[in-house]
Ligand binder design. Sequence first.
Ligand code: KIV
Length: 275
Amino acid sequence: MSSVTNTDRKKGFTINDFKASKEKKIPISMLTCYDFAFAKILDNSDIDVLLVGDSLGNVIAGYSSTIPVTVDQMIYHAEIVRRGAPSKFVVIDMPFMSYHVSVEDSLRNAGRMIKESGANAVKLEGGRDFSATVKALVKASIPVMGHLGLTPQSIHKLGGYSVQGRQEDQRKTILEDAKILEDSGAFSIVLEKVPESLAKEISEKVSVPTIGIGAGRYCDGQVLVLNDMLGLDESFAPKFLKKYASLYDITKNAVNDYCGEVKGRVYPGAGNVYE
Ligand code: KIV
């Protein structure tokens, strides 16, 4: 078992550090990342884990859900992130219908995603229904991160992006699913948009670390969508989100300054021209 200190982490967070972090009660930090420019910044940051999330369907492609995202699109973005952030632990999301047809098909897709992108692990949404798949991937040496609670790929079944697990039967199902994922070999579980008390109970009852988004303060780690926490979309402001910057305003102001200087013949100035 590796012993995790913040100095060690700078050398690179590994699969062993997930469990070690939980045991040592050191919260795990995870952010999504989709492109080279941000990957380079994040590679030089303190962040533990990068997630190439299928949320790229929303924040990069502008789709209204993650449903249309393909395996090829995920590989394309994850390979770029890997190149920009060679020292980070990178998790790649398996997109909708890439692990739903059969265990064999899931293995083939996950194998391609790991081989072609260079990511360290895959993430998939769901519990008991994917137990056999998780076991097969782990057996093939592909680490699997689970994802329970609000599972955006099930948007048509759920009927919206609301908090999951408020009713007693739902709560019981999510808790059981977390145990099933742990027993199937998942090394970590994302809990999205569930009551804080449920996330706390799961985090206490499973030995693998939980990573929360909209799941309160007692998870073993936290994840946010990078573009959201940087404030790139001024219209997106759910209760769980904390914006650490206002890149929407910074970008718009910079663009308007540039336009003004072009129109006013201020840019390019004498210092920006070649002799
Ligand atoms: O796709 C994604 O960004 C995610 C996070 C919300 C955990 O799955």
